[in-house]
Write a protein that binds this ligand. Structure first.
Ligand SMILES: Cc1ncc(COP(=O)(O)O)c(C=O)c1O
Length: 453
């Protein structure tokens, strides 16, 4: 086994195609439904929100979709990203496991999000769109789209979940530095926001609510489209550039992971890493591969939610998507992993979970910060609170190897750095952070409002 710590590809080796898992699903995804008619939606229904190229990608079953040269050129600013062997963490844990991590924190905004933000900005620009409205949870997606907007001279408006806006003020400054405008959500600028403020002036916001505001903004103006940073099929597609790089790097090392682990909010960073590998499980060449999705115990969509049709946003403006959900009206507790506070989950991940190709587990926030501190003190990287969820599960699996004496290969999807999350680390280090119990009653209330399909 190679003793090196860092493994990289050349710029020439950045993938030229994204991998579309819809080509290899044993059963197709359930259709997305129009909320008014209950019928499957058509491309025309989505045209006020997205450019036609993205709508086509959303439903495409072609296995390989070409990455436009303009997008690949911008990817070169930070791609290919590095695959690390976590020698120091392995030593600290005294485990025979071999731990690798593919690190997306070296992009300009500090996460995986620009893999799709740049592509989405490009396709909107090609269609003559001048302005994009979006939501952001932790601020990573808002920053990434702001950066994408700067690359293609587009105006970007970001509705940022109030609790994250307060917890991470420097994210707003990053967005403004790239030329975007950012307001806290709920805001006074949309009906969805005003309705929520009338009900609860102190509402911490949620991704579902911020999506409602951004969608309302986009449909109210002809020059504006909407962009989503996770959940949708085309977002997962763009993120596969990362998994394809990881697979090529591991092939060169002649290793194949036994376990792949990542955190999931809407699912995009982890889907991007594991889709090119789960293909081998679907076609039977790697039947024993384990893929573990990690979510917050306070927002446990896959582990506790039913598989049902629901709205993607809080106000009920989006089409109906079949997914594991905690109910579109559910406002998750204000954990610091803002990017994981979403009531639903990518339909592609839900489908693979239901078919038994992937597993899920939920973690409490304190244990994830403890894991993040261990990672920082061994590997050096201060991770985003979202990524700490995955790190927690990696440490647990590596310790199981220590007990059993097995030398498994674990691949971690490391989605981003936590440099703008210092307030969260400060709260943890000074003993002010606490866990939130699973809010059963609030979820039950929200699930009672699921649309009848
Ligand atoms: C660093 C980081 N990791 C993970 C996520 C979760 O999103 P997704 O599940 O789409 O990767 C976010 C979302 O904001 C994020 O910022």
């Amino acid at each position: 086994m190679d003793k090196r710590t860092k493994f990289t590809l050349s710029e020439e080796e950045i993938p030229r195609y994204w991998y579309n898992i819809q080509a290899d699903l044993p059963e197709p995804l359930p259709p997305v439904l129009h909320p008014g008619t209950g019928n499957p939606i058509t491309p025309d229904d989505l045209a006020p929100l997205f450019p036609m190229e993205l709508i086509k990608q959303e439903v495409s079953t072609e296995r390989w979709i070409e990455i436009p040269e303009e997008v690949r050129d911008i990817y070169k600013l930070w791609r290919p990203t590095t695959l690390y062997r976590a020698h120091r963490l392995e030593k600290f844990l005294d485990t025979p496991a071999k731990i690798f991590y593919k690190y997306e924190g070296s992009s300009p905004p500090g996460s995986h999000k620009p893999n799709t933000a740049v592509a989405q900005a490009y396709y909107n620009k090609m269609e003559g769109i001048k302005r994009i409205a979006t939501e952001t949870g932790a601020g990573q997606w808002g920053s990434a789209l702001s950066f994408g907007g700067a690359c293609f001279d587009l105006e970007i408006k970001v509705y940022m979940v109030r609790i994250s806006y307060d917890q991470k003020p420097y994210r707003r400054v990053m967005m403004e530095t790239w030329g975007a405008k950012c307001v806290p959500s709920p805001s006074n600028e949309t009906k969805a926001g005003r309705d929520m403020l009338a009900k609860d002036p102190d509402c911490p916001g949620s991704l579902g609510l911020a999506i409602s505001e951004a969608v309302e903004d986009a449909v109210s103006r002809d020059d504006t489209h909407y962009a989503l940073g996770s959940v949708l099929n085309h977002v997962m597609l763009h993120q596969t550039v990362n998994g394809l790089e990881a697979k090529k790097l591991m092939e060169k090392l002649d290793v194949y992971p036994d376990i792949i682990i990542g955190c999931i909010g809407g699912g995009s960073n982890f889907a991007g890493l594991f889709f090119p590998f789960v293909k081998d499980k679907i076609d039977g060449t790697k039947p024993d591969l384990r893929i573990i999705n990690v979510e917050p115990a306070s927002c446990p969509t896959l582990t506790k939610g039913p598989y049902a049709y629901d709205f993607g946003d809080a106000a009920g403006l989006t089409p109906l998507i079949k997914m594991y959900t905690l109910g579109h009206g559910f406002i998750p507790p204000p954990v610091h992993a803002g990017g994981l506070r979403y009531h639903g989950m990518a339909p592609l991940i839900c489908h693979l979970y239901r078919l038994g190709f992937v597993e899920a587990r939920a973690e409490h926030q304190l244990a994830t910060f403890q894991a993040g501190i261990t990672f920082a003190r061994t590997e050096g990287i201060i991770s985003a609170p979202e990524a700490n969820h995955a790190i927690k599960a990696v440490i647990d699996e590596a310790l199981k190897c220590k007990e059993s004496g097995e030398s498994k290969t674990i691949l971690l999807a490391h989605s981003g750095h936590g440099h703008v999350d210092m307030a969260a680390y400060d709260a943890y280090l000074s003993g002010k952070l606490h866990d939130y119990e699973y809010p059963r009653e609030m979820v039950e209330e929200a699930l009672a409002q699921l649309p009848k399909v």
